[in-house]
Design a protein around this ligand. Structure first.
Ligand SMILES: NC(=O)c1ccc[n+]([C@@H]2O[C@H](COP(=O)([O-])OP(=O)(O)OC[C@H]3O[C@@H](n4cnc5c(N)ncnc54)[C@H](OP(=O)(O)O)[C@@H]3O)[C@@H](O)[C@H]2O)c1
Length: 419
């Protein structure tokens, strides 16, 4: 049916590309392009003989619009799936506009250099106006709305698990179970154990920035910000057990607050063990999470990048991670004049994921929805000019695809609520 150009060849891309290769009646051609082409070639070789899709590879600097435009013009894909880092979202969107190609990603834009005065001025204004201080937000990509609309192109933002599947669960609950959703609690539980004292399940820089930032939630039309990790709850997760979870800021809160009319409160919780939190606090206290360069022996070093080089590569955690993830949403609201509550969730097994695609469940639960979102655009089911998050489309075909492609979901009509 069509050709996808995937940018990035890390943990998430490794899964998404394997899933595209399985789905070769839709993805008949796949070009894998990244900074380090050897990783793309290695993946292509692994897939040889296992798919009818024609796979090619390329090298690209996704920080350069010029380099991206040259690649897209050479490959001529139907869609670009951005699985590089959030730092590259805007350059890749610019290149898609310049070449007339649809755009898809899994994480909203974040500036790499948070000390850049031009970026900081806009950031500080946004902190004041909106009331949350995370380094990432949708404003940068929503600003492309008119340009994508005028160009007749679709930009589908945030088709991972969270954001992504959690937002589709919300659209599904809204469509089939509620007249009015009043509260949404997104619960992200990783019950996996990799056996290392400390490692992150996806890109350490992105992951550590996210969890060391102040938490925030949406209530009665505004953001409420709290110190990092200061709201803790316990929850008994199906197939995982009792876990501590902490309230974090998370990007889908921003788009759901905009797209679910009348919602009163949206919160996001993620589970962490005490050892993970102690390691992170220590690293933060000694400056290892800093994203600005420091001088060492006459050379500039960014501490968090050095930390990334020292920590286990998330892609290497697959064979040793055991246990399950349980990620989903609890909704409360009104249906036919009566109060109701509902949980929709998925449980994913780390070892089963590894057996299927040589990757643990964190990359699996992101890579599968990345493929599905791309398929929705390629098949024309989710195609309209402009910039959209996933809850803005009909959830039904996506929910069906989750069951088919490895992320089956369950509905609990009597869930335990979070206080
Ligand atoms: N929505 C969700 O649920 C969710 C969950 C997890 C992750 N994510 C997002 O998924 C994306 C990928 O995460 P990951 O864990 O797969 O990260 P990763 O393993 O670090 O992979 C990133 C890939 O991008 C490539 N890359 C980085 N900078 C580049 C540049 N300037 N030009 C070209 N290629 C570049 C890297 O190349 P090298 O190999 O040369 O380093 C690497 O192949 C991130 O945006 C992350 O935030 C979303």
């Amino acid at each position: 049916m069509g050709k996808v150009l995937v940018i990035g060849c890390g943990g998430v891309a490794g899964v998404a590309i394997r899933k595209c290769a399985q789905n070769d009646s839709v993805f008949t051609e796949i070009c894998i392009a990244s900074r380090t082409e050897s990783k793309c070639i290695a993946l292509k070789e692994k897939l040889a003989g296992k798919t009818r899709a024609v796979i090619t590879t390329a090298t690209v600097n996704a920080d350069s619009v010029e380099s991206l435009v040259a690649l897209i013009n050479k490959v001529r894909p139907d869609v670009v799936l951005n699985l590089a880092l959030p730092y590259q979202d805007l350059t890749i969107m610019d290149a898609c506009l310049a070449t007339g190609v649809h755009y898809i990603d899994t994480a909203n834009f974040e500036a790499e250099d948070t000390e850049d005065p031009a970026w900081r001025a806009i950031y500080e204004k946004r902190c004041k106006e909106l009331g949350f201080s995370a380094y990432f937000d949708y404003s940068w990509q929503w600003a492309y709305q008119d340009r994508f609309r005028k160009a007749g192109l679709t930009a589908l933002l945030g088709t991972g698990f969270d954001p992504g599947v959690t937002s589709v669960f919300t659209a599904y609950a809204q469509k089939h179970y509620f007249d009015q959703i009043e509260t949404i609690d997104i619960l992200d539980c990783n019950g996996g154990d990799h056996g290392y004292p400390f490692a992150t399940n996806f890109n350490p820089e992105i992951n550590l920035r996210e969890v060391s930032a102040p938490g925030s939630y949406w209530e009665n039309g505004k953001w409420i910000e709290i110190p990092a990790m200061s709201i803790k709850r316990e929850y008994n997760f199906e197939q995982v057990g009792m876990k501590d979870m902490y309230l974090l800021h998370h990007e889908e809160i921003e788009s759901l607050a905009k797209n679910i009319p009348g919602v009163k409160r949206i919160r996001f919780f993620m589970t962490f063990g005490q050892s993970y939190l102690t390691h992170m606090k220590c690293l933060e206290n000694v400056g290892m999470l800093r994203t600005d360069p420091v001088m060492l022996n006459g050379q500039e070093i960014v501490p968090i990048q050095l930390l990334k080089a020292l920590l286990p590569d998330p892609a290497s955690l697959g064979p040793r991670t055991v246990g399950k993830t349980n990620i989903g949403c609890i909704f409360t609201g009104i249906k036919d004049g009566r109060k109701r509550s509902l949980k929709i969730y998925n449980v994913c097994d780390h070892q089963e994921s590894y057996r299927e695609v040589e990757s643990q469940a964190i990359s699996y639960t992101t890579g599968v929805p990345a493929m599905i979102g791309t398929m929705m655009v390629m098949e024309g089911l989710w195609k309209k000019p402009g910039v959209f998050t996933v809850e803005e489309f009909d959830p039904d075909p996506y929910m069906e695809a989750l069951n088919k492609w490895g992320l089956p979901w369950m509905v609990d009509e009597n869930p335990v609520l979070v206080d």
